[in-house]
Ligand binder design. Structure first.
Ligand SMILES: CC(=O)N[C@H]1[C@@H](OP(=O)(O)OP(=O)(O)OC[C@H]2O[C@@H](n3ccc(=O)[nH]c3=O)[C@H](O)[C@@H]2O)O[C@H](CO)[C@@H](O)[C@@H]1O[C@H](C)C(=O)N[C@@H](C)C(=O)N[C@H](CCC(=O)O)C(=O)O
Ligand SMILES: Nc1ncnc2c1ncn2[C@@H]1O[C@H](COP(=O)(O)OP(=O)(O)OP(=O)(O)O)[C@@H](O)[C@H]1O
Ligand SMILES: N[C@H](CCC[C@H](N)C(=O)O)C(=O)O
Ligand SMILES: [Mg+2]
Length: 489
């Protein structure tokens, strides 16, 4: 594509060079990926500044550079006020505005995003649609899976991926939208048809200044639903009416607001809810009818997740009977309330709860059917929100009989200081600190007697542990399995 054609998407820019007849074969944000014919966009990040790598990009054959300041290079440079915004606009144009052609659902909220996206994937799959999903675990297009750098990758990755999805004949794209991504403009250029809100509780206060800022970031998904009305293709904000932030969020969009919930009046709701150790039963009531749901997912929070997914599916035109099939087909989501069974007479569950609220929810679900003792193994990630650490420890002690506090992904922090943040001021005696996660899991398993439950929280599907700048293989499920088998011997 010609550079001048690409720049039509950018109204104000300055350049000292002649840019006629420059062809762009790819757009890149990482100088190491630049090849002859690439357009390099300089992004100022948290660790590095792309402007510092413009020289390398030029050396690698960049055909032109998009920058926030003039650069003293032979390669033509186009100066724009905001390269993140420019990147999205350029990528949308280069990749032919792919989300204009694929229906797109975005899911945001502190907890439940991954679960809701997998529920939606199952529902649309039952509706015979070719689906694509982008989120914490992976990117999935039909049955093919691809690694992702982030829960919500940057605009270039996304537009490139959506373009590929459009060529692969995807009929429905579903993605998690993190608050970081919203704040960093990673979703500029995405044309959402449905935006879903799960809930908002404390997390990420290392990144967002306070809870208001965190909510504001979440609200951007709804304000970015777009301002044009197309009566043939309306857009929907699907909101949890029971969440305290419902009113504020509903004001952030000019489009249709559709509500779901259990306590306050909602358009889509669940009645006669029964949660057991095997699954969840409820009647889903929507303006178009009622269906009974027998799900293998456990916990009241999963009723919310199922309502969120069902509401997004309903506004997308999926029949209720298909929604029922899609919800009931899912037996679990990797690393979310995932049982580890190796013939033992007690339960071991691996879960991704890494916030105070998710830990409370999952422990409450467990206490609903626990017959004997509940043990919890949990830690907190390093280089992340410090203020959630004591709250998570408190939650563990409030809802479990015994806690073993351990390391999660310490990253560049000292494990002992993360654990000190968690346990500071605790006067209880029903906990201990075992810094090494493997040893902590082994200990919890060794404590378990018949009918006890061991919850291993925080890392869920993760198959690694990040210590310092190194990443080691570590999978809670494998470690737990080995511990169970070793105990049975
Ligand atoms: C704090 C943060 O979000 N950082 C993200 C950011 O990285 P960064 O700002 O550190 O980038 P950088 O390394 O400083 O580089 C700046 C620029 O220089 C360029 N560069 C750099 C080196 C070089 O040799 N050449 C070069 O051109 C880079 O390509 C980049 O364009 O941009 C990267 C590319 O988009 C992201 O992968 C990275 O996410 C990091 C890995 C991360 O951990 N992010 C977390 C906090 C995050 O975003 N989490 C949310 C989920 C949260 C949740 O809801 O649970 C997520 O969506 O994943
Ligand atoms: N609706 C919910 N409300 C509260 N807790 C939930 C909810 N859904 C799931 N959880 C808990 O949160 C954990 C993470 O769930 P999930 O991965 O679906 O959330 P997420 O929003 O994608 O998380 P992340 O921000 O890490 O991407 C689960 O393992 C479970 O313990
Ligand atoms: N997306 C979340 C995941 C946290 C998972 C937990 N295991 C940790 O490492 O803190 C984050 O980056 O904060
Ligand atoms: Mg997720």
């Amino acid at each position: 594509m010609k550079l001048t054609e690409l720049l039509l998407g950018i109204p104000f820019y300055e350049t000292a060079s002649s840019i006629e007849n420059i062809a762009v074969h790819s757009i890149e944000v990482d100088s190491r990926n630049v090849k002859p014919g690439s357009l390099f966009v300089c992004i100022e990040g948290t660790k590095a500044d792309g402007h510092e790598y413009a020289g390398e990009a030029s050396h690698n054959g960049a055909t032109a550079i998009i920058s926030e300041r003039p650069l003293n290079l032979a390669t033509p440079t186009i100066v724009v006020p905001d390269t993140i915004r420019a990147l999205a606009m350029l990528a949308v144009r280069f990749y032919d505005h792919p989300t204009g052609n694929i229906p797109l659902i975005g899911v945001t909220g502190t907890n439940g995003k991954t679960t809701v996206t997998y529920l939606l994937e199952s529902i649309f799959g039952q509706w015979q649609k070719k689906t694509a999903l982008v989120g914490t675990i992976q990117m999935k297009v039909g049955d093919s899976t691809f690694p992702v750098p982030n829960t919500t990758p940057d605009a270039l990755f996304l537009q490139r991926a959506f373009h590929q999805m459009a060529s692969d004949g995807v009929d429905q794209a579903i993605m998690e939208v993190s608050s970081h991504a919203l704040d960093m403009g990673r979703i500029y250029g995405c044309d959402y048809d449905v935006a879903v809100f799960t809930n908002l509780t404390q997390d990420h206060l290392d990144y967002h200044q306070n809870v208001e800022d965190y909510l504001w970031a979440k609200s951007l998904l709804f304000s970015q639903l777009g301002n044009t009305y197309d009566l043939k293709k309306p857009k929907f904000a699907v909101l949890n009416v029971d969440d305290d932030n419902f009113k504020k969020l509903s004001k952030s969009t000019a489009h249709h607001v559709v509500t779901y919930g259990l306590h306050k009046e909602a358009q889509v709701t669940a009645k006669n809810v029964k949660v057991t150790a095997e699954g969840t039963y409820f009647q889903l009531s929507a303006p178009s009818g009622t269906i009974s749901i027998n799900s293998r997912l456990i916990g009241m929070f999963n009723v919310y997740n199922m309502l969120a997914a069902s509401t997004a599916a309903i506004v997308s035109g999926v029949p209720l009977t298909v929604i029922k099939e899609g919800l009931e087909k899912i037996t679990g989501v990797s690393g979310r309330f995932e049982p580890v069974y190796a013939g033992q007479n007690y339960s071991v569950i691996v879960d991704y709860a890494h916030t105070p609220d998710s830990l409370e929810n999952v422990l409450q679900a467990i206490s609903g059917f626990a017959r004997r003792k509940v043990f919890v193994v949990v830690g907190c990630g390093g280089d992340r929100d410090r203020t959630k650490r004591p709250l998570m420890a408190r939650t563990a002690l409030n809802f479990a009989d015994y806690a073993i506090f351990t390391s999660d992904n310490p990253r560049t922090e000292r494990p002992s200081s993360i654990l000190a943040d968690m346990t500071e001021g605790l006067t209880e005696t029903n906990f201990e600190v075992v810094e090494d996660r493997r040893a902590a899991i082994e200990k919890a398993v060794s404590f378990a007697d018949e009918d006890d439950i061991v919850l291993i929280a925080g890392k869920g599907h993760e198959t690694y542990q990040q210590v310092g700048y190194e990443t080691f293989n570590f999978d809670d499920r494998k470690v737990a399995r080995d511990a169970i088998l070793a105990k049975e011997k």
